[in-house]
Design a protein around this ligand. Structure first.
Ligand SMILES: NC(=O)c1ccc[n+]([C@@H]2O[C@H](COP(=O)([O-])OP(=O)(O)OC[C@H]3O[C@@H](n4cnc5c(N)ncnc54)[C@H](O)[C@@H]3O)[C@@H](O)[C@H]2O)c1
Ligand SMILES: [Mg+2]
Ligand SMILES: [Zn+2]
Length: 276
């Protein structure tokens, strides 16, 4: 038996195992968490849009019930994925993050983008298939660059109008077709703050299932320019001394990891570990 969480495409015709239920309100949970005995969950009065076999947790099969609406189940409530990321057990968050991405992708690929016909789930493969035009659609993953820019003891952090009040974070942005990770990083930094960077160093990656980003994390050094914030996207950007940092992003985010690694290196402390 493999301990921990591994993804797999499971046959939904087989009975048993665990199940999670997802709706527009997030995941169903009770005092025992968000995993329910699957046969019990399917006996509840739920409007099931689709079922997906998504993997194994400690060797036990796990399924996703994708619901049409947030139905009421006695003794249970609904909670968004972000709350599971912020508070809960990390392995459970990984299961739910994967479930959310599969559920969103399957829901958004019920019809072929080429001919408009209904698509079918391919058995034993994570793909939706259109018979008339033989198109296969795979889960969508959006590569995004995220970078901490530094200048000696100072780090560049910015605020988007979408952030929690007071919080400053690293710069980030989605890759466009035709560019490398490094080209994307240089373009995003220019667009958002009009700064030039050098000595780009890759530090690690993180799945960010909101809704389907793959974060590629970098450190870069300041090379020139004055901060000019991009209208609408960046509310404020500043150089902060590592000894006087503002409120920072959640501890499980790669943004926080990039900041913590640099601060640790600068102050000679032990380096943190990047949460997957
Ligand atoms: N895990 C972390 O620590 C962390 C920190 C910061 C940002 N992020 C994530 O990084 C991603 C990118 O950051 P951003 O919001 O600053 O991006 P961005 O700077 O590229 O700007 C966002 C804009 O990009 C466009 N867009 C939306 N989805 C897109 C897609 N899939 N492909 C291309 N363009 C798209 C929209 O116009 C949107 O307003 C987001 O998913 C964000 O949540 C994660
Ligand atoms: Mg951005
Ligand atoms: Zn088609």
């Amino acid at each position: 038996m493999t301990l921990g969480w591994t993804t797999a495409v499971l046959d939904t015709d087989k009975p048993g195992g665990w199940a999670v239920a997802r709706s527009s309100e997030g995941f169903l949970y009770d005092d025992n968490g968000a995993l329910f005995p699957r046969e019990w969950l399917k006996r509840q009065d739920l409007a099931i849009l689709a079922e997906h076999g998504i993997g194994h947790l400690d060797g036990e099969p796990v399924y996703l019930l994708e619901l049409q609406r947030p139905d009421e189940v006695p003794g249970c409530s609904w909670k968004g994925l972000r709350a599971f990321m912020l508070e809960g057990d990390h392995t459970l968050y990984k299961v739910l993050g994967y479930a959310a991405q599969i559920g969103t992708w399957a829901r958004e690929h019920r019809f072929c983008g080429n001919c408009g016909q209904a698509m079918l789930q391919v058995p034993r493969e994570r793909a939706m298939y259109c018979q008339p035009c033989e198109l296969r659609s795979y889960p969508r993953i959006s590569p995004s660059m995220i970078v901490l820019i530094t200048r000696g003891d100072e780090i560049l952090l910015a605020r988007s109008p979408r952030f929690v009040t007071g919080v400053y974070s690293t710069l980030a942005g989605f890759a466009e077709p035709g560019e490398s990770a490094e080209e994307c990083l240089v373009r995003e930094v220019r667009e958002e703050v009009q700064i030039e960077v050098k000595n780009i160093e890759y530090l690690g990656s993180q799945c960010w299932p909101f809704p389907h980003s793959m974060m590629l994390g970098f450190h870069a050094e300041y090379a020139g320019g004055e901060i000019v914030c991009q209208e609408d996207e960046i509310e404020d950007a500043q150089w902060f001394n590592v000894h006087a940092l503002p409120p920072l992003p959640a501890s499980r985010s790669i943004a926080r990891y990039l900041i913590d690694v640099y601060v640790a290196r600068r102050l000679g402390h032990a380096e943190p570990v990047l949460p997957g």
